[in-house]
Design a protein around this ligand. Sequence first.
Ligand code: ATP
Ligand code: MG
Length: 459
Amino acid sequence: MLAIHSMTNANEISLQLDSTLRDLPMWEVQFELHLPGNTLIRSFEEEPLLPGIILTKNQYFVGMISRQRFFEHMSRPYSFGLFSMRPIEALYNFLQPEMCIFDQDMTIVEANQMALQRSPQLVYEPIIVKTQSDQYSIVDFHQLLLANSQIHALTLNQLQRVEEQSQLAKAGFRDLKKNYSRLLQNEKMAALGQLVAGIAHEVNNPVNFITGNLIHATQYIDDLFELINLYRQHYPKPVAEIQTAIAQSEFEFIINDLPHLLNSMSTGCERISQIVRSLRNFSRLDESDRKIANIHEGIDSTLLILQSRLKPHNKHPSISIIKEYGNLPLVDCYPGLLNQVFMNLIANAIDALEESMSNSPELLTKPQIQIRTENTNNQQVMIRIADNGPGIPEDVKKRLFDPFFTTKPVGKGTGLGLSICHQIIVEKHGGQMYCVSTVGKGAEFIIHLPVNSQQSLVS
Ligand SMILES: Nc1ncnc2c1ncn2[C@@H]1O[C@H](COP(=O)(O)OP(=O)(O)OP(=O)(O)O)[C@@H](O)[C@H]1O
Ligand SMILES: [Mg+2]
């Protein structure tokens, strides 16, 4: 008889998700079949936890008899007398128990699954485990169940950890996306700023040239007119050739019209200079830093840049701008960044109006954008930009400020505009920004900006 066994509880051994039967405590009590039945009784009684005994014939494995089956049978009338003195073989042949033999490398989870598929009367029978060297041992089914539940708990634990890690990864991805969107928009605006600044610079020189020369030209023409007047006074009756030339050149008309012409040329130049100033104001490449600025100037220069989009084109009537500027103090801010915000908001409003005009022109006969500013009493200014376009449905409103959220066709919108606006107003200036909209009536974006944002960011 060979009796090596372990009393370890499956809860006390450390298991992994892929632990095998090899990791479980095993019983290796075995008897030769020719021994009398009562030797089994002794062994089972000596070892109250012994789940079963391996039976051999000439040292070769034959089968197994479990404690439960053995006592179940022995407690029957006459059985004890019949089998206790006879060879175990007699009892074994009589019982012919079904066996479940697994390889020692089978995982606990798999073994458990297969063992549970046994017929109900056998389901609690011990498991026979075969080693590589063709040795057989016994595993208590209860131990297998315990080990399985331990692995189950481990799995849940790991799942939770994976879940936590994936949450972390998701958060990281969100940050990454946000950073990326910032970079992209900064680049976009920097590129636009450079372009605008470049154009402004190129246009500025020739305009200065014309404006400067116009002053001299006006002066020279005045001088010439005076000279002509003098001639007329002293030579009221010129020769016939001069009289004909005067008549042919509509001299009187020229004398009348030339001052007007010069005047409108200088108005035109003034207008060009104004545009150049706005372009520079918008790009603010040289002064992207914080400074005390006039909000209305920023809005006006943005409007000038978007002017061409407000004019009527194709079937669209012009978009009117209704300004209601309050009495605003100068604001300590990043004017270049605020211009980006105005640009994005007004461009969005124009997009929305254009879309609704092309979808249902009969509904929107007077497209307009209303820009209102107000000095609210608590050291804040309020800027509201409203359009009478299609408005924003609730599900879109929830995601407005998400980076990359856009409802515009591919290639038209990046979905960055509002997320950048939000960053600029909230993070850069410590202000607030939100949207109020009723579907069918239009949308309004409201900005609250601290007059001294440095203070409000610190506090
Ligand atoms: N005034 C508005 N009226 C209706 N919908 C608007 C208005 N402003 C924004 N939206 C909606 O919000 C979405 C997001 O705007 P956002 O400015 O962030 O991105 P975009 O305009 O689509 O793209 P981008 O500004 O990057 O070119 C728009 O696609 C549009 O659906
Ligand atoms: Mg936009």
